[in-house]
Design a protein around this ligand. Structure first.
Ligand SMILES: NC(=O)c1ccc[n+]([C@@H]2O[C@H](COP(=O)([O-])OP(=O)(O)OC[C@H]3O[C@@H](n4cnc5c(N)ncnc54)[C@H](OP(=O)(O)O)[C@@H]3O)[C@@H](O)[C@H]2O)c1
Length: 290
């Protein structure tokens, strides 16, 4: 099986937001996904809920012209579809939208305390046994939840997808990062560059917001975004999925492969960057700055 690439493309906001945008420039989004694939990003991340399923349709169209075995396709089932029958129906609906007959990595997007994990795992085990999903992932979880799933799954959890970036370190503080490394579970960072909510969160890329980023970007002759991404990419067992449908932005993230932060500079970012969230981010997609 194809290994997951260290840099992956996220597709939240492709095709719309919570619902599909009828005026979306679909061809542009498809072209952006194809640019990413053509330049070595084989890992594409989507969800049944992104733009009401349209993101999966766009991904399906984008990957059609490629050898399927060269693409690592990840999608997610939402927390309201975790009962046995609903999960299986959801998975087959995703397969249809993606125009494929298997999903490399199928995540439980968020937990639903009303549905027993054992029941969700029975459905996941069924899908694994049919070969329509190759691996199971969990998103927005801590260690105890991972362990609970592993009690019932016939194939151990392959990946955990939590928010993790310079600002939000909950997974680091709660030991999830180290737990995943020790247990050979891939740790995938969502919102790696934390730029999605302009006006709510200081955009890290604008000069003058974080002097430390300004200093390092000047030293390495790169952008602030590249420093932000590189701090993650230099960590063992850490994978990123960033979203962009702009060629220049995708290329900028790809270009992070051309430089390396010194150990001293990496450590300075790790220790001195003004962390804002040490709790509350793993389970909440939307959060408040305190
Ligand atoms: N599991 C979960 O609960 C969960 C939650 C949220 C997200 N996700 C996944 O994680 C992916 C990434 O998270 P995200 O989209 O929220 O945040 P993100 O990737 O950290 O940031 C995306 C934002 O950064 C901009 N951007 C990308 N590259 C840039 C560059 N080089 N320079 C300047 N701006 C740049 C994008 O705009 P442009 O498009 O204009 O480039 C977009 O506004 C999502 O797409 C989704 O697949 C998962």
């Amino acid at each position: 099986m194809l290994c997951i690439s260290k840099i992956g493309l996220g597709t939240w906001l492709l095709g719309g937001d919570v619902i599909a945008n009828p005026d979306n420039d679909d061809e542009h989004d498809i072209m952006a996904i194809q640019y990413a694939i053509d330049n070595g990003i084989s890992h594409i991340d989507t969800s049944e809920s992104y733009s009401g399923g349209k993101s999966e349709i766009l991904v399906g169209k984008a990957i059609k012209k490629y050898d399927r075995s060269k693409i690592f396709l990840a999608t997610k089932v939402r927390e309201w579809n975790l009962s046995y029958n609903k999960l299986i129906d959801s998975c087959f609906a995703s397969l249809k939208r993606l125009s494929t007959n298997y999903i490399d990595l199928y995540y439980v997007h968020k937990q639903n305390p009303k549905i027993p994990i054992e029941e969700t795992c029975r459905a996941l085990n069924y899908l694994l046994s049919k070969g329509v999903i190759k691996n199971v992932g969990l998103s927005n979880v801590g260690i105890s939840t991972i362990e609970e799933y592993n009690k019932y799954l016939n194939k151990k959890v392959y990946a955990v997808q939590n928010q993790y970036n310079l600002i939000c370190r909950e997974s680091q503080c709660k030991g999830v990062i180290n737990y995943c490394k020790d247990n050979k579970i891939k740790f995938i960072c969502w919102r790696p560059i934390l730029l999605s909510y302009p006006g709510v969160i200081d955009p890290m890329y604008s000069k003058g917001t974080y002097p430390l980023l300004d200093k390092l970007s000047e030293k390495y002759h790169v952008s602030n975004v590249q420093i932000v991404a590189k701090w993650l990419l230099q960590q063992e067992n850490i994978y990123i999925i960033f979203k962009s449908n702009k060629i220049s932005h995708i290329q900028e993230i790809l270009d992070t492969q051309k430089f390396t932060l010194s150990t001293l500079d990496w450590k300075e970012l790790d220790e001195k960057f003004p962390v804002k969230f040490n709790k509350g981010c793993a389970s909440n997609e939307f959060y408040e700055i305190t």
